[in-house]
Ligand binder design. Sequence first.
Ligand code: NDP
Length: 311
Amino acid sequence: MSARILDGKALATKIKARVAEDVKDYQAKTGGVPGLAVILVGDDPASSVYVASKEKAALAAGIHSLLIRLPADAKREQVLDSVTRLADDDAVHGILVQLPLPGHLDTEEVQLAVPAHKDVDGFHPVSAGKLLLGQEGGFVACTPKGVLALLDEDGIDLKGKEVVIVGRSNIVGKPAALLMLSRHATVTVCHSRTHDLATVCSRADVLIASVGYPGLIRGNFIKPGAVVIDVGINRITDPEQAADLLSGQPKRLARFAKNGKSLVGDVHFGEARERASAITPVPGGVGPLTIAMLLENTLTGARRSAGLGGD
Ligand code: NDP
């Protein structure tokens, strides 16, 4: 069996086009545009790349994008001040604090300074609580929301299915578990202390991996016919590891030989593809959906603030 590919990039393009249309509608009704502000502290190269792609996507959708850059040694008060100013700015409907923050800053404190109604990342306890209680009016974290959109797009019905999630982070694993529960799946969440991960995973009709460990999920973890969603994004540079994890993907192996690096997920794609019925690639699977959902959440925030509804 060779699994069909769940094309997150194509779905993200579709969602972004829909958001752009809805932004025009918002503009016609309110005379303004949704605004997204990103706070970037320091000059971590990966963060700068992520922020640039978020800005580009926002602008393309007609969303006003505002980047607040602070030096790596920015004081706690300076960062909190920036958040407060954005919180008070009526033209800003979404505030995103790019992680990771430099070590001297308290990430939780900074994130909590973002008011719940502008927390388009969905990290605020109010949003997390609403998701837990099944209430509307919060923001669902972008990555798990993208995972659900991808499953919906493919017509995968979760009712009664065994969903196994590997990883229990606040931004992916836990909210993904709640979303799957809300769709009546039977959910198991695994983590670093889970015994016999392979056996637990092999029960899954839908397996979601969000670990940050390249190729942790091997072919034998996967029940034949399962749907596999790979959230992990890992950069590899070791040729031996590349030979293993990119086996069965000759074009990617050739690119690795040329560039000396590659992005891989938490799932061994070549092995998993032979057992799954559907699988997300890395890159091009869940990643693009995270940004599309950020735009959707920003529009939702703007619509709510204008009294236009938004769920
Ligand atoms: P975290 O680092 O916050 O959490 C990792 C989770 O994996 C933890 O729950 C940890 O368990 C668990 N874990 C670690 N090792 C093992 C193991 N050997 N067996 C089973 N579980 C294990 O991860 P995130 O969810 O933030 O990110 C995970 C990956 O997803 C990363 O590669 C990240 O880059 C990527 N990511 C991709 C996004 C996208 O847009 N596609 C968005 C967000 C993340 P424990 O809790 O016990 O420590």
